[in-house]
Design a protein around this ligand. Structure first.
Ligand SMILES: Nc1ncnc2c1ncn2[C@@H]1O[C@H](COP(=O)(O)OP(=O)(O)OP(=O)(O)O)[C@@H](O)[C@H]1O
Ligand SMILES: [Mg+2]
Length: 253
């Protein structure tokens, strides 16, 4: 049974896409079949994996002009890694979905037929809590919330927690928090340790043990259209995400 996981945080630039791409690639290397759904009009997951947008994409699937199965692209670099690309049309999806009667359910409906073809389906959300992110929450079994190591990291998390609570109450009672993931940690920044401690104190077991270190290779890799594992497998970024993949698999065993 495939598990659908949304990567969400309305705050921009916290590592949602980096985590989607690199956790997915690491899991694929560990033998899992993973489908990424790029649900952000910025299309960073699409370009970051070396794909171009296609006439069949997340938008055309959501509005019923294509189905998921025929829109899936396969990575040539990593066996077991697949993607439904984004397109700029997704900007209009907020409005289009908002005017449909079942507009909150479209992502769930579109993924239903392919759900069992994959071990995991990852939805990379945009930095907003609009209709697209709501669709991703309704479709998902769980949510991973990347949190950037910085002062006031906890600020703003209330908003996404509220959205999850509302979704659970009204549309998707089974929705769980898979985990909070601390990203861009720098051991040289004393404050980063304090931030990690603070988040752990607040969310306890819901915080992944694995912390993603700040690593230049992680920010370079999308420019080559590759996950960090293929850009520099020995880098601390690659090691961080492999460790996360192992922790994730233990949690889901
Ligand atoms: N651990 C890291 N070390 C170094 N750079 C990182 C790391 N994680 C992310 N970055 C860089 O930080 C920037 C933001 O990361 P990313 O695009 O993953 O965030 P995002 O939450 O998806 O952003 P958006 O909200 O715009 O979708 C990118 O340039 C990315 O390459
Ligand atoms: Mg992103």
């Amino acid at each position: 049974m495939g598990k659908i996981i949304s990567f969400a945080n309305q705050k921009g630039g916290v590592g949602k896409t980096t985590t989607t791409i690199n956790l997915a690639a690491s899991l694929s290397v560990l033998g899992q079949r993973v489908l990424i759904v790029d649900a952000d009009p910025q299309a960073n997951a699409t370009s970051g994996l070396g794909f171009e947008t296609n006439e069949r994409n997340t938008y055309t699937c959501l509005i019923g002009q294509a189905n998921a199965a025929e829109s899936i692209l396969q990575s040539t670099d990593i066996g077991g890694l697949f993607l439904i690309p984004s397109s700029i049309d997704l900007v209009g999806a907020e409005k289009d979905l908002g005017s449909m009667e079942d507009g909150q359910l479209r992502m769930k409906q579109m993924l239903q037929p392919v759900k069992n073809d994959y071990d995991y389906i990852f939805i990379d959300c945009s930095p907003s809590l609009g209709f697209l992110t709501l669709n991703a929450m309704v479709a998902a079994d769980s949510v991973i919330i990347p949190v950037q190591c910085e002062y006031f990291a906890l600020e703003g998390l209330g908003k996404i927690l509220n959205t999850i609570k509302m979704t659970k109450a009204q549309l998707n009672p089974g929705l769980e928090i898979e985990g909070f993931l601390m990203t861009m940690y720098s051991s040289r920044q004393k404050q980063d340790n304090q931030v990690v401690e603070e988040v752990r104190k607040h969310f306890g077991r819901l915080t992944f043990d694995t912390v993603i270190h700040r690593n230049i290779r992680l920010s370079e890799a999308p420019g080559f259209g590759k996950p960090v594992l293929l850009h520099d497998a020995a880098s601390s970024g690659a090691v961080s995400y492999l460790n996360l993949a192992k922790e994730f698999l233990r949690n889901n065993a």
